[in-house]
Design a protein around this ligand. Structure first.
Ligand SMILES: [Zn+2]
Length: 312
């Protein structure tokens, strides 16, 4: 839910800090990409990582056009257009949305009007076509025009076959919203994970949109299981991650989950969790620990039926 400007500011601040935050030092990100939040980087001979306004998109050269993961924020549609033009790999014939936040769907209308089909989870269609409430802004988000809606929806998983590539996609059960999916380019060994992973910004739990800590841990488990030591894991924002970094994030989120669960059971409010050390001693810095813990608390109660001793 971060706007493009705040991500740009974050990226610029990170570049000034020289990636001094714990756990980020080993993550390489090209200086130009880091400073401007825009750029194109080859992940292998068929897959390019586009970053427009600091938000990542993955472009696969299918031979007969492009399979694209996420379409960026609406205000960056021109940047996306020129990045796709410079790839010179034909039109985008298939777009997948990793979830329904504005930074992932802003270019949907432009690409659909040029002939792209749009694959997304059914919750993404619901969110884009229905008015919904944003509690932290105390307002309703109006539905997008039909031109932005997905054309192909699914619930569990699906597969695309193109020359020399199998593309699996599937539902991640509520790590960030209720409509998060992964997109796995199996032969290329590239895994787009959207906002289910967060190497740069604080993990965001859109609790009113279905995201919660238990879903985050489960989803990170799924992503670890489908990757190997050579997999390139692409987050919605931030540098490409290795499986080792993904495992580190999973373990850290598991620890946060355990702590928050204990504190909720003991009657601790969102406000007391920070004082009680919910995030103390972890190998990660937080830009806004209060906001994160508030969302973690609300998400935990939104899923209170899962607060059994052996939650899975
Ligand atoms: Zn998001």
């Amino acid at each position: 839910m971060q706007d493009g400007n705040s991500i740009d500011r974050m990226l610029n601040r990170r570049s000034l800090l020289g990636y001094s935050l714990t756990g980020l030092a080993a993550m390489a990100m090209p200086a130009g990409l880091l400073a401007q939040g825009n750029g194109i980087r080859k992940l292998n001979n068929r897959i390019s990582l586009l970053s427009n306004g600091g938000v990542n998109q993955v472009a696969f050269d299918a031979g007969d056009g492009i399979v694209l993961v996420d379409s960026g924020a609406e205000e960056n549609t021109d940047l996306l257009k020129s990045a796709l033009d410079s790839l010179d790999q034909g039109p985008v014939h298939t777009l997948l949305n990793t979830h329904w936040h504005p930074q992932q769907v802003g270019g949907n209308a432009m690409l659909k009007s040029q002939g792209a089909r749009i694959i997304a989870h059914q919750k993404t269609l619901q969110r884009l076509s229905t008015r919904y409430y944003l509690p932290h802004e105390n307002r309703y988000q109006e539905p997008l025009a039909e031109l932005s809606w997905p054309t192909d929806i699914f619930h569990e998983r699906g597969e695309l076959q193109s020359s020399a590539e199998t593309i699996d996609y599937g539902w991640l059960v509520q790590p960030h919203t209720d409509g998060d999916i992964y997109v796995h380019f199996r032969q290329a060994n590239v895994l787009a994970a959207g906002d289910a992973v967060s190497p740069l910004l604080d993990p965001e739990l859109d609790w009113y949109g279905g995201g919660w800590l238990g879903g985050r841990v489960n989803s990170l488990d799924m992503l670890v299981a489908m990757s190997n030591p050579d997999t390139q894991i692409v987050p919605a924002v931030g540098p490409v991650m290795s499986q080792a970094e993904l495992i580190k994030e999973r373990d850290l989120m598991q620890e946060v989950y355990n702590r928050v669960l204990d504190m909720v059971r003991e009657g601790c409010s969102a406000g007391c969790m920070l004082q009680e050390g919910a995030l103390a001693g972890l190998e990660r810095s937080w830009q806004d620990p209060d906001k994160f813990l508030y969302a973690a608390y609300k998400g935990m109660w939104a899923h209170h039926y899962n607060l059994a001793p052996n939650i899975l």
